[in-house]
Design a protein around this ligand. Structure first.
Ligand code: NAD
Length: 469
């Protein structure tokens, strides 16, 4: 028995209904996930409401000390967590994948514990004295996706706990084991009832979003589900942070050095085999250097090994599920039918187990092709040629979503000017998707609202209160 299987056994010993979770690389059984019900959810919310006042009473320093211990616990179990994550989600151990994700959980817990949010004196002019404080909300619900299940759960729960709230987590049906295992480790340090994972289906998510005893929902997932959550949370006027789908554009300016930027472009697009909210999903390249960029990208892409997650040489893995495989396949087929030029990949093997879709680059594609306008969320990058920067900016801004974007250039000033014209929550320069626990992150347009990380992230997990006088 591998040591991660001991951790797995400790979370699947539940009696009651279970769901078999299969490894997306091999189709073999990873484990049995409990199927929790809305009654389980109601009990978890009640336990959270009981645990929350005692936790809030610890104050910022007391809570930060516990979060730091929880980070140490995750670090001690890092390899077991990474191996389980790799088997359930499919992502390789190495590269920007499973070990990286568990490391990010530790980093975010520690950074969140260290972030200070002090009461702010807003006015002090001799006549008026007003201070702005942030108080705990109470019980927070966290609903997450399957692409970065552990890291995104920490993004949601670390600031919630830090601000004195209790949390009930509803993980994706595709990756419940990763989140249950993470919570099992965190709960070595947290008071009982403060953090519970309810591993159920959509009905559990709907109930959490509508629950009268829940004050806020942290949601990361698709724009369609985000809209459903806005509706179900309306009757209780819940606070919401919505990190929704994206279709990030990258603009390569004519002065960029194709060789120097190719690796950054590649990993900006193919991190986690493309299954990343803020990955580069459409690349606009100036006609003067279009062929050179395509060539450099194809060289790097062809050399990146894709395979089973537990194989130490893999840096790209399978799609997590059949539904996502079918989306990528459909979009690449539509690009091929339109006459676009496949530079690499595009032909998934038919006789192999697992949801492997080969690393795919598609050139000479129109901006209105489905592979460009829909979020592919997989290892297939369309590369669009442009003539003027105005045209590139218009195409980048042409969609309803605006999570991230990037500008690539040898001239930082020129790149910043173009960045300011793009409608996205974050615009990176000469990199894409680099998140940092100290830097606020959130979407524009239909990619959502509310900020995560840093001081702004803490504020969004508190109820503002002004003391005036
Ligand atoms: P999804 O919206 O299908 O599911 C996310 C979660 O919502 C799951 O736990 C699901 O069970 C739950 N859910 C489904 N219907 C619900 C309802 N009516 N009420 C409450 N909960 C409900 O998303 P997914 O397919 O797991 O994730 C992929 C999507 O997430 C992509 O669009 C991606 O861009 C986006 N994403 C965004 C970010 C970000 O930070 N902006 C990060 C990761 C993923």
């Amino acid at each position: 028995m591998e040591s991660y299987e001991v951790l797995l056994a400790s979370i699947t010993g539940d009696t009651g209904e279970t769901r078999t979770i299969l490894d997306p690389a091999t189709g073999t059984v990873v484990g049995e996930a409990p199927v929790h019900t809305v009654e389980n959810l109601d009990r978890a919310v009640a336990a959270a409401a009981d645990a929350q006042p005692g936790w809030a009473a610890l104050g910022h320093e007391g809570r930060s000390a516990v979060l730091l211990k929880a980070a140490d616990a995750v670090e001690r179990s890092a390899e077991d967590l990474a191996r389980l994550l790799s088997r359930e989600q499919g992502k390789p151990l190495n590269g920007l994948n499973a070990r990286f994700e568990v490391g990010a959980c530790v980093a975010w817990l520690r950074s969140t514990a260290a972030t200070v949010l002090k009461p702010e004196t807003v006015v002090d002019d001799g006549e008026t004295y007003a201070e702005l404080h942030y108080k705990p909300i109470g019980v927070v619900g966290a609903i997450g996706p399957w692409n970065w299940p552990m890291m995104i759960t920490v993004w949601q729960i670390a600031p919630a706990l830090r601000m004195g709230n209790a949390v009930v987590v509803k993980p994706s049906e595709y990756t419940p084991l990763s989140v249950l295992a993470l919570a099992k480790v965190l709960n070595q340090e947290l008071p009982e009832g403060l953090l519970t994972v309810v591993s159920g289906g959509r009905e559990v998510g709907e109930r959490l979003a509508a629950h009268p005893a829940v004050g806020k929902i942290m949601f990361t997932g698709s724009t369609a589900t985000g809209k459903a959550i806005i509706k179900s949370s309306a009757d209780t006027v819940k606070r919401l942070t919505l990190e929704l789908g994206g279709n990030d554009a990258g603009i390569v300016l004519p002065d960029a050095d194709p060789k120097a930027i190719a690796e950054g472009l590649f990993w900006g697009a193919f991190i986690n085999t493309g299954q990343t909210c803020a990955a580069l999903k459409r690349l606009y390249v100036h006609e003067d250097i279009y062929d050179a960029v395509c060539e450099e990208l194809a060289t790097i892409a062809a050399a990146a090994p894709m395979g089973n997650g537990l194989d130490e040489t893999s840096v790209l893995g399978p799609l997590q599920n059949k539904q996502q495989f079918d989306i990528v396949n459909r979009l690449v087929e539509s690009a091929k039918e339109s006459g676009a030029r496949v530079l690499l990949g595009g032909n998934p093997p038919k006789d192999q187990p697992g949801f492997f879709y080969p690393t795919t680059l598609v050139a000479d594609i129109d901006d209105d092709n489905p592979l460009v306008v829909e979020e592919q969320f997989g290892p297939a990058l369309p590369i669009i040629r442009y003539s003027t920067v105005d045209e590139a900016v218009a195409m980048a801004n042409g969609l309803e979503v605006g999570l991230g974007a990037s500008v690539w250039s040898s001239d930082l000033k020129a790149a910043r000017e173009v960045a300011a014209r793009i409608q996205a929550g974050t615009v990176w320069i000469n990199k894409h998707g680099a998140v940092d626990p100290r830097v606020p992150f959130g979407g524009a347009k239909q990619s959502g609202y509310g900020l995560e990380f840093g001081v702004e992230g803490l504020k969004s997990l508190g109820v503002p209160q002004v003391i005036n006088g």
